[in-house]
Design a protein. Structure first.
Length: 291
């Protein structure tokens, strides 16, 4: 009888380690509007639905607080930053204090996938936890994040890498949210995605009682945001309506990186004074085109 050959069972390789959002670090000087830096914002915070809408100042402040905490957010639970750093060129803390209140009051719906069950879930949570403001004009702002939010961030594997010098140049909250949306998807090497009108309204943070008609949503939100994105960022973005009969039911958003000459033009425009910017872009506004 011939002996059976010895067969070595195949080895089971452990699954490759997925890079988490928290493994990617904030770089440069993102809190200094005069320098170049990069924020990291996990997809769960990019695609959230604002139950309590924030304005542009609130959104920028939240991004700054997240960036300041980001590189040590796994190890530290309490963060402290001087108000003068957040205040920027403003001499008064009034706007800053109002944004503290707005962010503290803000609630959001965050969709995520449970790492244990694999099921999709929705968390309703405040965006910031307990915080303390020093009364002195140049004192500190001390803040925390809700533990439920931190758990989601620890498991996040998709993120947007935001150029701070581009974010600061965008003058509309809708432009910033659109920029975040694109950067979060560009990292996945996607160049287009179709959103329902309701979904895009939620992701851009349009209040429920504002711009209810699509024509108004298009005129006062989508077109201005698209114009700023195409003028000031490194992406060329287009939107096209998808209709059911005469009604617009969804919007196809496409984007691609600009060529070097167009990137230089965007950089030069960011370096120019804001006055006259709208006029300079009016002749090349790329907005939704109707059939």
């Amino acid at each position: 009888m011939t002996a059976s050959p010895h067969i070595t069972p195949p080895t089971t390789q452990p699954p490759p380690h997925s890079l988490r959002s928290l493994d990617v670090k904030v770089s440069g000087h993102p809190l200094d509007q005069g320098h170049v830096g990069h924020f990291i914002k996990p997809s769960e915070l990019v695609d959230l639905v604002e139950i309590t809408p924030l304005n542009r100042n609130d959104l920028i402040l939240y991004n700054q607080l997240l960036a300041h905490a980001w590189n040590t957010i796994q190890d530290e639970k309490i963060f402290r930053i001087r108000k003068s750093v957040l205040r920027g060129t403003h001499e008064s803390n009034d706007r800053l204090n109002q944004s503290y209140d707005n962010i503290m009051d803000a609630k959001a719906k965050i969709r995520y996938r449970d790492k244990v069950t694999g099921r999709s879930k929705t968390l309703r949570v405040h965006l910031i936890g307990a915080n303390i403001t020093d009364d002195e004009a140049d004192g500190y702002f001390t803040y925390t994040f809700p533990p439920e939010l931190l758990t989601i961030l620890e498991n996040s594997e998709v993120w947007a890498k935001l150029a701070s010098h581009i974010m600061y140049s965008l003058r509309s909250k809708y432009s910033i949210r659109l920029y975040e949306l694109i950067e979060r998807r560009a990292g996945l090497r996607k160049q287009h995605e179709q959103f329902s009108v309701a979904q895009l309204r939620d992701m851009l943070g349009v209040p429920k009682d504002k711009l209810p008609r699509f024509a108004d949503f298009n005129r006062h939100c989508l077109k201005p945001a698209l114009a700023e994105i195409n003028q000031l960022t490194n992406y060329a973005v287009q939107m096209a309506p998808v209709k059911d009969g005469r009604a617009v039911v969804s919007i196809l958003v496409t984007w691609h990186p600009k060529d070097p000459e167009a990137i230089r033009a965007a950089h030069d425009e960011r370096e120019r004074a804001r006055e006259g910017r709208a006029a300079r872009r009016s002749h090349r506004l790329e907005a939704i085109v109707y059939d």
